[in-house]
Design a protein around this ligand. Structure first.
Ligand code: NAD
Length: 483
């Protein structure tokens, strides 16, 4: 059988220690791999490369398509973008798969039956990285949710459930508040779920849903959710399963995939030889299944389970009641290698189908044709000390309106301040004027002329958002208190 080329980065902090152990286990288990190593992260930043990754490394990643990555350090502040997010987005790794299960009684947990998988959207949501500071007072982080992005991740979740014999997919959203963005995610979920009648489709509001993951994780099977929610829920799930150190993260795209442990570089224990390599080993097992080497994945996973059930534990998992021997990274690796070919006796052994390989995800559905009509615009103005006389401010703005537009509302921090009684809530120095066309369709040129008119009149325009109807339905949210 031919070797599969993969790219490996040993990373920073405990990365080199856990990667060395993992690569030796792969070799001893007979993984059919050809390894190209790249250097990314700390030392690359130090060499003056502000992205933390050099062009030649991108070439290697694009050539090999499969990436096994140890944790890396991204410098704080100074305008550095997270290299992890850059890699995910550059290679289009839209699906983040994070399985979390208990290994009770060998690893202590209050939830011995938990065995769930979080399928997290990996490119959009609040991780779009589109942020602004508009005024001294106001900042914004843009949350982007697209129909195509939602469809791909929801499909991935259902295909994953089908391929792995899972029974339920739960969609976690906050669509009672974010009716448009999370509303779209849930609408797509309902649509796609109908293609998988054998799998139960459930919805949960993310706040109570994550509380239930913490309190009753065994009630969940597959969870599909947006980027930030998925990040938070998976840390909660990993923690209640017994150890964040066992968390794994597979990042899958069309043709490309990256596998890593969920934890970071653990600088507090780096270089001491005591790090638990299990997160990276378990991520490697997912990689082997993905590249069609289920046989090797099975051998390593069963040996890992046997090592754990024999009570051979690194310091992060060691407990007097459940452990037999405290080992370091090297000791754990040696114990696992000794057990290659063995199966656990108390924990359930795993079996992987070598023919499974990467999931095949059906193509996106065709976009439905909808009518889209411009009906108004929201113009944001930087204006200080207007909260004492919002009526006067509204009159001032009305005096500069062009024919064909009317001021329908003034809001601050999402709360309606005019017309009607001014709300009691705090006002910032950025005001939103909602202008609507007095007759439709509204011409885009009129909106542009209005912006110029306000600017010419000395108003400080921060940003504008156009308002549309889609098939006659509003494609924008109302302000709190707006009729
Ligand atoms: P961390 O996960 O590195 O460490 C949190 C705690 O868990 C520490 O006490 C650490 O000792 C312990 N820990 C983590 N992994 C362990 C292991 N394998 N064995 C035993 N103990 C382990 O989180 P952090 O301290 O918030 O982040 C440290 C650095 O890692 C930061 O620079 C961050 O940017 C980076 N980071 C990288 C990734 C990645 O590359 N995927 C992910 C998260 C954080």
């Amino acid at each position: 059988m031919t070797n599969v080329p993969i790219t490996v980065a040993r990373g920073n902090g405990i990365g080199p220690e856990i990667m060395a152990a993992t690569l030796e286990i792969l070799k001893e288990a007979g993984a059919r791999l050809t390894i190209d190593e790249i250097e990314i992260g700390e030392d690359v930043y130090k060499r003056g490369c502000s992205t933390g990754i050099e062009p030649a490394s991108w070439e290697t990643l694009r050539k090999n398509k499969i990436f096994l990555k140890a944790p890396i350090f991204t410098p704080m502040g100074g305008g550095f973008k997270s290299l992890n997010v850059t890699v995910r987005k550059t290679l289009g790794l839209y699906a983040n798969i994070r399985p979390c299960r208990a290994y009770s009684p060998f690893i202590q947990t209050h939830h011995p039956d938990m065995d769930l998988v979080i399928v997290r959207e990996n490119e959009e949501g609040l991780y779009g990285g589109v942020e602004y500071k508009y005024t001294q007072n106001v900042t914004e982080s843009l949350k982007l949710v697209s129909r195509a992005g939602s469809e791909r991740i929801v499909r991935y979740a259902f295909e994953y459930a089908r391929a792995n014999g899972r029974k339920t997919v739960t969609c976690m959203v906050k669509d009672n508040i974010m009716k448009i963005s999370d509303g779209l995610f849930y609408e797509v979920f309902q649509d796609i779920a109908s293609d998988y009648p054998e799998i139960k489709a459930e919805r949960s509001i993310v706040d109570i849903g994550s509380a239930r993951v913490a309190a009753r994780p065994s009630n969940f099977d597959v969870i599909v959710t947006e980027n930030l929610y998925g990040d938070i829920i998976s840390d909660v799930a990993a923690e209640v399963s017994g150890s964040v150190g066992l968390g794994i993260s597979a990042n899958i795209g069309d043709g490309f995939a990256m596998f890593e442990a969920m934890h970071g570089t653990a600088p507090d224990i780096a270089g001491q030889g005591i790090a638990n390599p299990s997160g990276l080993i378990l991520a490697t097992i997912m990689m082997l299944v993905h590249i069609g080497q289920g046989d090797v994945a099975e051998t390593i996973h069963n040996a890992w389970l046997k090592t754990i059930e024999d009570g051979i534990h690194t310091g992060d998992l060691y407990k007097e009641e459940t452990s037999q021997q405290r080992v370091g990274t090297d000791g754990f690796k040696k114990a696992l290698i000794q057990r290659l070919g063995m199966k656990p006796e108390k924990l359930k052994p795993v079996s992987y189908d070598s023919s499974q390989g990467a999931l095949t995800i059906p193509p996106l559905k065709e976009d439905k044709v909808v009518s889209r009509e411009l009906i108004g615009t929201d113009i944001y103005i930087y204006a200080k000390n207007k909260d004492k006389d919002v009526n006067g401010f509204a009159r001032e703005m009305q005096a500069h309106l062009l024919d064909g537009l009317e001021l329908s509302m003034v809001s601050n921090r999402g709360m309606k301040m005019w017309p009607g009684d001014r709300a009691e809530s705090l006002c910032s120095d950025m005001w939103r004027l909602r202008l609507k066309g007095t007759s439709l369709p509204l011409a885009g040129t009129l909106v542009a002329q209005q912006i110029v008119k306000f600017a010419d009149s000395g108003f400080d325009i921060v940003k504008t958002h156009n308002l549309y109807h889609f098939d006659g339905k509003e494609g924008f949210s109302k302000a709190q208190g707006e009729g």
